[in-house]
Design a binder for this molecule. Structure first.
Ligand code: PLP
Length: 475
């Protein structure tokens, strides 16, 4: 290694001067911040030298780096949190913030963030109120349960119910339901955290009523069912009916707990998906407490919702953990607005983006794909554009392995590979996330609205700019 190369790295003061000459704007930055960023930039260069990526003294001369430094500084002063365009067709994409909020929910968030609110103020009495009071009636009406509350997410809801009712006792769960949900939420581990003892019964693919019956001891406090969410057993498979299980639990003086995961208040059979039990059905079939997420197929903000018996929900509210798991006013505002839309289910299907996208018909998607293709027609000299049928997924661990028929707009760039295009689109403003299929970069119109088309065209134009021609196949 050429050790001289380290000595050739310019000093921070010289670097600052060159940057100021380039654009006096940089003088207006707090100078400590600027120094810190420039130091970090050159530390990165030093690291590249150590790794052998830069070898020659010419590689570190200041002039060669000025443009890159400017780009680095611009990034440093821009927010890290940014909107992205989701063209993957995965409706509830955990990496992209799950559900897009409805206009109604967004307005409620604006209103709640603008000033003070009655979050915990009872306007009937002027006294302290309960934040759960804002949505409890709505949740009871929609679910048919006696009582309800909301916490930070469904993981918190599961932890809270186990800690409240099962600490030090045994909970019986079917082996086929000991799932890990993305981001390392594992049912056995959450149970251990709550201080409940897990009693596994049955086999991975089959659990019978007798398996539960025979496992009940004096230590048992609850039977629990967990939605298998992100995986699906195909073939010889049997799980127990909730109604029968609840009857058994109650006969033995135990609680019946149900973690529905991506709980829904309506059926998705019209969209061609299997008929999963709704929250209302779980309540009717005798579950004492049902927990589910706010931002999966419900289509609201991140939240964990608990509905069930009044005396039990009261105990959850009084658990000290609740204070640590509670959700904030913006979440409460968005959740209330989302739930209000469910009072009229057909309105919910029109107004809640997650529902609207799941229920899009093949004909609507085909028409939308064709409209997007024509919106992109000016790009045709630079890439071949086709529309083709394919399938999308709901995502977020809901309806795993079930396909929703969809339409794609596929792009085959003439001057670079589809992989290169995909990579460049991560750096556009906003980034555009699509998928690669058969050497084409594909946009699934299920998760794109007509209103996005202009922006989609603009970022594609930016990414296809023929500044750095790359040979096909090279990424
Ligand atoms: C998604 C899921 C969870 C976790 O819910 P979050 O809202 O993401 O915390 C828990 N249990 C099941 C069955 C799930 O599907």
């Amino acid at each position: 290694m050429n050790t001289n190369i380290f000595q050739s790295i310019p000093g921070i003061d010289a670097c600052k001067k060159a940057i100021f000459d380039l654009d006096p704007f940089w003088k207006t930055l707090p100078q400590d911040f600027l120094r810190m960023k420039l130091t970090a930039y050159w530390d990165g260069v030093r690291n590249d030298i150590k790794k052998g990526r830069l070898k020659r003294t010419e590689d570190v001369v200041l002039e060669r780096h000025l443009k890159k430094i400017e780009k680095y500084l611009r990034k440093a002063i821009s927010p890290n949190f940014t909107r992205v365009i989701n063209a993957t067709g995965v409706v509830v994409h955990t990496n992209m913030g799950r559900s897009e909020l409805s206009e109604e929910a967004r307005e409620a968030v604006m209103e709640a963030s603008r000033g003070y609110s009655n979050l915990e103020l009872d306007l009937a009495t002027g006294q302290r109120g309960s934040r759960y009071g804002l949505i409890e009636d709505l949740l009871c009406y929609l679910s048919g349960a006696e009582s309800a509350m909301v916490v930070n997410n469904n993981a918190a809801a599961v932890l809270l119910m186990l800690d409240t009712f099962c600490h030090g006792g045994e909970v019986i769960v079917s082996r086929g339901e000991l799932v890990e949900i993305g981001g390392s939420f594992r049912i056995p581990e959450v149970m251990a955290k709550s201080g409940a003892f897990l009693r596994e019964v049955g086999a991975t693919n089959r659990t019978h009523m007798d398996d539960y019956k025979n496992a009940i001891t004096d230590e048992t406090v609850a039977l629990m069912r967990v939605h298998t969410s992100n995986y699906r057993i195909i073939g010889f498979h049997e799980a127990c009916d909730l109604e029968e299980l609840s009857a058994l639990a109650h006969e033995k003086g135990l609680l019946m707990l149900e973690d529905l995961g991506s709980g829904s208040l309506l059926h998705f059979s019209d969209a061609g998906l299997p008929d999963e039990p709704t929250v209302q059905e779980a309540v009717r079939q005798g579950a004492d407490i049902v927990s589910f997420s706010g931002d999966k197929v419900l289509g609201g903000p991140q939240a964990g919702i608990l509905v069930g018996r009044k005396d039990l929900i009261e105990r959850c509210k009084h658990n000290q953990l609740t204070r640590a798991l509670r959700c904030d006013k913006l979440c409460m505002a968005a959740l209330e607005a989302t739930l209000r839309l469910y009072i009229d289910p057909s309105r919910a299907r029109q107004r809640i983006p997650t529902l609207r996208r799941i229920f899009l018909s093949g004909a609507e998607l085909e028409e939308r794909a064709k409209a997007l293709k024509s919106a992109l027609s000016s790009l045709e000299p630079h890439c071949r554009i086709d529309v083709e049928p394919d399938v999308s997924r709901v995502g977020g661990g809901a309806f795993p392995q079930y396909d929703l028929p969809t339409w794609l707009v596929s792009l085959r760039p003439r001057m670079c590979s589809a992989q290169t295009l995909k990579k460049r689109l991560l750096e556009t403003k906003p980034p555009l996330i699509g998928r690669l299929e058969n050497d084409a970069f594909c946009l699934d119109v299920r998760t794109l609205e007509e209103a996005d088309f202009g922006q989609v065209e603009a970022v594609l134009r930016e990414a296809l700019a023929l500044k750095n021609p790359v040979q096909p196949g090279q990424s």
